[in-house]
Design a protein around this ligand. Structure first.
Ligand code: G1P
Length: 297
């Protein structure tokens, strides 16, 4: 039997330079997809998967992110007084239980693996999840919940995986597949950001992980990898062939790369079109835009 996964690490120390000037004062994770901060999507997904403790690995300038998780009692009282029940419910749904969130500083930007390692003292000898909030996944069943169900069968380490066009593989961690069982694949190698001609497959790692504590021990060796950074991919790969095998999980859902502007805009449109209050207005606007673009050709 696998142990229950109740803790998740959210590495959010990145500078978000791709979104300058916005990120001069606003942490990227607080930027909104429609009306919810990016990080709220990851939190909701984690909660649905049974996560009870949320560990944020932050850096200088992320104060607004910490404030976001405070209860805003004045606002709640005001909404209650005015009978704005729906808004109150929206607000309350973002409240976190006292003590459920911890913040750890990554003092130097030494890579994703190092960021995860910074949280090691908050993870005892137990499996844990890692979620990269830049990867937003729209799915009928939340992605991490799908993975937890699969993980209960496999144990070991599990990474979310998705087929990408071969010319894009060099932007990801890439899996070398030992056995393809459909939604689950067993992995015999992992390469972080391989050159296109050296990629072992086009099955890429997406930012959802369920990891064994052995990965934290692997990280403590501080080996630097692609780009001179301490890579999470390498530390997971070290577990291949151990008692904690590595599996890829092809999730059902659509992933948006909200670390890029195009991905952020696509996610904004997709999430807005999924909303009853916005769908009609937005889709007629989009149709107009397309029609006038066609007419201009
Ligand atoms: C990180 C991981 C990479 C993974 C990717 C998914 O890379 O290092 O293995 O494929 O997230 O989004 P980053 O995008 O932070 O460079």
């Amino acid at each position: 039997m696998t142990r229950k996964v109740t803790k998740a690490i959210f590495p959010v120390a990145g500078l978000g330079t791709r979104f300058l000037p916005a990120t001069k004062s606003v942490p990227k994770e607080i930027m909104t997809l429609v009306d919810r901060p990016l990080v709220q999507y990851a939190i909701d997904e984690a909660r649905a998967a049974g996560i009870k403790e949320f560990i944020f690995v932050t850096s200088r300038g992320k104060g607004a992110l910490e404030d976001y998780f405070d209860h805003n009692l004045t606002l709640e009282q005001e909404l209650r007084k005015k009978g704005k029940d729906e808004l109150l419910e929206t607000l309350e749904s973002t409240n976190m239980e006292s003590g459920a969130i911890a913040y750890i500083r990554q003092h130097r930007a030494l890579g994703l693996g190092h960021a995860v390692w910074c949280a090691r003292r908050l993870i005892a000898n137990e499996p844990f999840a890692v979620m990269l909030p830049d990867d937003v996944i729209a799915a009928e069943q939340p992605c991490l919940q799908q993975m937890v169900e699969a993980y209960e069968e496999t144990g070991g380490n599990m990474v979310a995986a998705m087929e990408v066009p071969p010319e894009k593989a060099s932007s990801y961690g890439v899996l070398d597949v030992a056995q393809d069982m459909g939604s689950v694949v067993s992995v015999k190698g992992m390469v972080e950001k391989p050159k296109q001609e050296e990629a072992p497959s086009n099955l890429a790692v997406i930012g959802r992980y369920i990891l064994a504590p052995s990965v934290l021990r692997n990280l403590s060796r501080m080996k630097s990898g692609a780009g001179g950074e301490i890579q999470l991919t390498d530390a997971i790969a070290e577990d291949i062939g151990s008692d904690n095998p590595v599996y890829g999980y092809r999730f059902r859902g659509q992933r948006f790369d909200c670390g890029s502007k195009a991905g952020f805009l696509q996610a904004t449109v997709a999430f807005a079109l999924a909303r009853d209050d916005l769908r009609d207005d937005l889709s007629s606007y989009l149709q107009q835009v397309l029609q006038s673009a066609q007419a201009a050709q």
